[in-house]
Design a protein around this ligand. Structure first.
Ligand code: HAM
Length: 434
């Protein structure tokens, strides 16, 4: 019988684990630098939490189960509903703004393909409380900060943003409402993944009306938002009816753009009407981090979701944030050859000059480890040359060779330089050779 991992899951052998930790370390240090605190939630929740407001797509990708007590549960496909549930439970006790991050393991029953798996890790960064676009911009700054730490530049990735609020308004003014508005958004969300003709055919089916279709296409063609023009002028040039809601949404896009500039990350970001986001709970600015060649799926996605806490039984509190997966990011870092030497070396490799000195080796290793040094030894009794080779393979900085008559040679494995000392000295104070 042969056992294999389940389709769409990964085994993390030590090398892959080092890569996973390297990415997670960058996520964690960027979060802490930007003032976010870490939280976590259970890996499974009541099913309803995920079907309440996330939308049909994610609901259709749930791994759900019924426990022995007949309760309907699901493995978390995202952490945002759990975050909202946790914050709602303590809303009056938590000082605002609530700036939290998490690196959950998530499961989605998606068709596995390049960049999409059934189990993955996703860095989540969220700010709960402020209505101001400053919070959206600070989340984007945090995402950029981590990508910068991993070696990416604005020539590799772009944060493409738009406004779900403005799009809803445009659709409404063109007479596309209710379910058909949701259907049109679902098609728009697939724009970057479909050939142009197929996209237009699907959009036309979803919209129905020709005038509305022309209006949507004109809106999609809008270029960068002018920070100095009035919202009404911008609406006019994009063919948008200048309603109060539309001009307010445009003003928010301008404010967001201003904050990105002030944070010094304007060159990492661009306005892109094609960004819709698949999840149903977004209400304002939305964004996706794309590789510049756009050959990969989104690296991250997020935006403002001001209604989710209320929909999940809490008060109306504004919220904004994003999720960044490890899969597409890992592919991009590999493509850009940004993964450095992640080999995990030891400081010292202790070697016996003859087999009868092995008990001294164990002794020295124990003493070295007791003072916090990373010290290794060979399980096999071999000659010094073979043990030195093993030390090299383990990436050791120095070999500690125990020779007869209580003499110890310390060999620097990079320079070949050697110094001698006494075994008794090391045993009484192992820090002398560190
Ligand atoms: P999402 O767009 O569903 O958003 O996922 C965000 C990112 O997670 C994607 O851009 C992708 O990198 C990664 N991801 C999603 N599904 C998979 C998969 N099957 N395999 C590998 N990676 C995947 C959310 O999940 C929102 N809850 C994010 C958020 C947080 N919004 C506000 N706060």
């Amino acid at each position: 019988m042969k056992f294999i991992p389940v389709k769409g899951t990964r085994d993390f052998y030590p090398e892959a684990m080092r890569m996973r930790n390297w990415i997670a370390d960058a996520w964690r240090s960027a979060s802490l630098r930007n003032g976010f605190e870490e939280y976590d939630s259970p890996i499974f929740e009541y099913l309803d939490l995920f079907t309440a407001k996330s939308g049909d797509e994610i609901a259709s990708q749930l791994f759900n189960l019924t426990d022995r007590g007949g309760r309907n549960l699901a493995i978390r496909p995202e952490i945002t509903p759990s975050l909202a549930r946790m914050v709602n439970a303590k809303i009056n006790a938590l000082p605002r703004p609530i700036k939290w991050f998490s690196i959950p393991r998530l499961c989605r029953a998606e068709r596995p393909q390049k960049g999409r798996l059934r189990e993955f890790f996703q860095w989540n960064v969220d700010i709960i409380g402020p209505q101001d676009e400053l919070a959206d911009a600070e989340c984007v700054l945090t995402a950029v900060d981590a990508m910068r730490e991993l070696g990416l530049t604005s020539n590799d990735v772009q944060v493409c943003y738009s406004s779900r609020e403005l799009l809803s308004e445009v659709l409404e003014s063109l007479g596309v409402k209710g379910q058909s508005s949701a259907d049109v958004m679902a098609v728009l969300d697939k724009r970057n993944k479909l050939p142009a003709e197929k996209f237009e055919a699907m959009l036309s089916d979803a919209v129905g009306d020709k005038t509305a279709m022309a209006g949507i296409l004109k809106f999609l063609d809008t270029g960068a938002i002018d920070p100095d023009a009035s919202p009404a002028e911008i609406a006019a040039s994009a063919g948008i009816a200048p309603s109060e809601n539309a001009t307010a949404a445009i003003a928010k896009l301008q404010a967001f753009g201003g904050y990105l500039k002030a944070f010094g990350i304007a060159d990492w970001c661009r306005y892109d009407t094609g960004i819709v986001r698949g999840l149903a709970y977004y209400t304002g600015i939305v964004y996706e981090v794309m590789d510049v060649g756009e050959t990969l799926r989104a690296i991250a996605g997020g935006g403002r979701y001001d209604n989710l806490l209320e929909v999940l039984g809490g008060p109306a509190v504004a919220a904004s944030g994003f999720g960044m997966g490890d899969v597409v990011l890992g592919i991009l870092l590999e493509e850009k050859q940004l993964i450095g030497d992640l080999a995990q070396g030891v400081e010292l490799f202790v070697i016996d000059g003859s087999a009868d000195m092995f008990s001294d080796v164990i002794n020295v290793v124990g003493r070295l480890r007791s003072v916090g040094a990373a010290a290794e030894f060979s399980y096999k009794r071999q000659n010094i040359g073979k043990q030195l080779k093993q030390a090299d393979r383990r990436g050791a900085c120095k070999a500690v060779i125990l020779e007869p008559d209580g003499v110890v040679m310390i060999k620097d494995l990079a320079s070949g330089e050697q110094t001698a000392c006494k075994l008794a000295e090391i045993l009484s104070d192992p820090t002398t050779i560190l």
